[in-house]
Design a protein around this ligand. Structure first.
Ligand SMILES: CC(C)(COP(=O)(O)OP(=O)(O)OC[C@H]1O[C@@H](n2cnc3c(N)ncnc32)[C@H](O)[C@@H]1OP(=O)(O)O)[C@@H](O)C(=O)NCCC(=O)NCCS
Length: 150
């Protein structure tokens, strides 16, 4: 696999089924169901991105504008067999570029405190840990709040 064969593009309606499947496989009880994915697609389409490898959906990211200044990342996931190849970084970098171009001031996200891979990715891209939210997830585990100032 060559990372150059990955295209980052806007999501289309026909991607939603695959996104729900990826959510279920990745997040279990915390996964977004179809209705929520569809709601995000309708509301936040301009920050709903797909990583496409030769026609296969291998990752996605969705973020929503919370105010004039802030973007909130709701979910990012890469299919298991494509992880560690730079896809997550490409999805997040593209989101950061879009937010910058559109004049936003910061990006916020939550991540499980034990999710080392995601935390490393965010810190590499300049996100800074700001807070901890107790019992944030379905299994009552905690979340860190990360912020990137643009
Ligand atoms: C988190 C996730 C999106 C990262 O995507 P990815 O394509 O695997 O990550 P990349 O290959 O782009 O890696 C980018 C950086 O993240 C870090 N990273 C990625 N996987 C890592 C791992 N298993 N352990 C430690 N650091 C890791 C590294 O710093 C890496 O930089 P490097 O390549 O210069 O070493 C992916 O692992 C995933 O889908 N995980 C399950 C879902 C999830 O946890 N989502 C986040 C919820 S907040």
């Amino acid at each position: 696999m060559n990372i150059l064969d990955i295209t980052i593009r806007e999501a289309r309606p026909e991607d939603l089924f695959y996104i729900v499947e990826l959510e279920e496989k990745t997040f279990g009880p915390d996964a977004f169901g179809f209705n929520h994915v569809f709601y995000l697609f309708e509301k936040c389409r301009d920050y709903f991105l797909i990583a496409d490898y030769k026609g296969l959906l291998v990752g996605y990211i969705v973020s929503c504008r919370e105010s004039e200044e802030e973007l909130h990342v709701h979910s990012i996931a890469v299919v298991e067999w494509f992880r560690g190849k730079g896809v997550g970084r490409r999805l997040m970098e593209e989101t950061i570029n879009l937010a910058r171009q559109r004049g936003l001031r910061r990006i916020r996200l939550e991540v499980k405190t034990e999710n080392v891979a995601a935390i490393k990715l965010y810190e590499k891209l300049g996100f800074v840990r700001k807070d901890i939210l107790r019992n944030f997830y379905e299994d009552r585990s905690d979340a860190y709040v990360y912020l990137l100032t643009l």
